[in-house]
Write a protein that binds this ligand. Sequence first.
Ligand SMILES: [Zn+2]
Length: 458
Amino acid sequence: MNKSDVLKYLKDISEEVKDLSLKVWNNPETSGNEKEAANLYREILKNYGFKIKEVDEMEHALIGEYGSGSPVIAVLGEYDALPGLSQNLDTKFNPVQEGAPGHGCGHNLLGSAALGGVLAIKKYLEETKKSGTIRFYGSPEEETLIGKVKMIKTGAFEGCDLALSWHPMNANVAIESTFLSNNSIKFKFHGISAHAAASPESGRSALDAVELMNVGANYLREHIIDSARVHYTITNAGGAPNIVPKEAESWYFVRAPHRKDVDDITERLVKIAQGAAMMTETTVEYEVLGGCYEMLGNKVLFDLTHKNMVEIGSPEYTEEELQFAKTIQESLEPKLVEAEVKKFVRSGSEKTYLYEGVVEKEKSDSVQITGSSDSGDVSWIMPMNLFLTATWPLGVPAHSWQATSSSGSSIGIKGMLYAAEIFSGMMYDLLNDPKLVEEAKAEFNKKTENNKYVSPLR
Ligand SMILES: [Zn+2]
């Protein structure tokens, strides 16, 4: 069995992979509620002879393992949907159920491509009896940026040599590093309640503390790096105005391109909270609800990803699919579409609805994902790659009804199957060239030598 046999076998089982993807799309479950999706994955993996391992205290997480010996390759799959993004397969806004969840981030595709990739390589390992272990990681709760952070904490990734990942998007591109690191923190202030008119002197207002903390945080802004973001809401502001608030709470997000900056700013924010407590003679406690790392790049895996993307070749589209993409584009802000077409499409080309081809390596760092992902944390405990494929028309933003619709269309399925092929191709290369694994690990070790992963969950 050579690489093209593996890809051919993947084609043979592609109907099953597609079916899984559409089943998950038709039954969107939000973060933490991915019960049916996780069971679908367990069932298929079991049928294919994978050993299923459960993850402590995470009902909807799972690991499907096949093979033995090294290298041990992790492939990351997700399957959670987003609240409020329900949508039929349509070119106009048309929710299945108003306000219900939908796959506006394409995680129905994300998980199934990863699964398709491991199923094809399983066949290869079975036939050739080669040394190597493949693990499919069913990772829930990505949209709340916590699933993989929790999985790392339970030790679910122990023993892996490297991890492979992708995300549905508007273009075919290998990405070396991206994502913002972040922290989500709640500050709870405790004061003393009193009648606000009769005996204000005996009260100590927790709400005063929240407000003074916010003032302090707003002064902090001038003295942090430009690329950092600090945003907050007040989640408890006390009760009636005639009672000095005994309890009050604020919720902060801190984001920056590097984990170290997020940690530094968080530390300064805690000092501001303590200062506010001191000023108001209240007390404060804080809880880091979650947080994640930016993605640490790995040049060896980046090169291997790009090589496979070019080698395999991107999908072609039918007239009908191009028409679907064009109509979807017409529902978007023209500026959004123009900007993306300008970024990705070569001048003179008429193909401005769907991205075709693979973005050149030199231009790939122009593609930045400005959000955060818990996959970032995985890249800090072992070498990890990332690539995107075109599953949505150019200009379609993630977390939109247009993304939900496209993720359930044949365009989404084509991008997903292309991703599965890239995974298979990469695993084939890694199993056949142990030097690649060693080089990826050496690069990782060098980069993390003086900068080890510390879980954002303390
Ligand atoms: Zn996503």
